[in-house]
Design a protein around this ligand. Sequence first.
Ligand code: PGA
Length: 247
Amino acid sequence: MSKYVIANWKMNGASASITDHISRLAKRLGSKAIANKLSVIICAPHVYLSALKTLTKDLPISIGGQDCHSHAKGAFTGETSAEMLADVGCRYVLIGHSERRKYNGEDESVLQEKVIMAQHAGLTPILCIGESAIEREQKATLEVLRRQLSILKETQGNVLISYEPDWAIGTGITPDLEDVQIVCHSIADEYQRLTDKNACVIYGGSVNAENASGFIQSKDIDGILVGGASLAPESFGQIIEISAQLS
Ligand code: PGA
């Protein structure tokens, strides 16, 4: 299975900067064969997804949304459905990112509906799970992750699970590689117990060009989700190159 390198641009970018980003990324990657080695995905702000789809049409890059609504359609002003994301060319969608849990109060029941909607629309949801600093101090990490994973029991279809301790997001602090490996392994075990299927578990939280290689080389970690370091084509390109070399 090829490893995943996923960019989460969050609420960043504009038409001109996105065009520039993709053209510099394309030049940097040139003809280097990454397509067989990696699955590269960019999760962009929804208003730019159509443009991004066009910009990446000749590149081995898939696109994804950053959230979808828990209903298929209707009177939900300002929202985007999973089907709409699929319609503009997305293959993936982030669900339950810690910023959405924190700022939008998304709980397990709404996240389960979103996962089902995404799968129904033919998208692969990237379910983000992770503990807070306090939960980690209380040694409650596995209990929290089990609760967050429990929503997958009733769902069918593909899912990627991204382990992102929320204290590692945007802080420059990452857990020890060994800890990440142990947790990712436990996530895979729990997913197997819940669904009888093999999990695909990636890591996110302050990944950059310096630390990406450790995560990518681990047999327990199926890829990385990159926030801040995915915003510049140089650093994201470097992360892709390193990941491709090591895969
Ligand atoms: P970061 O963000 O790489 O900037 O820590 C990761 C994420 O939020 O998914």
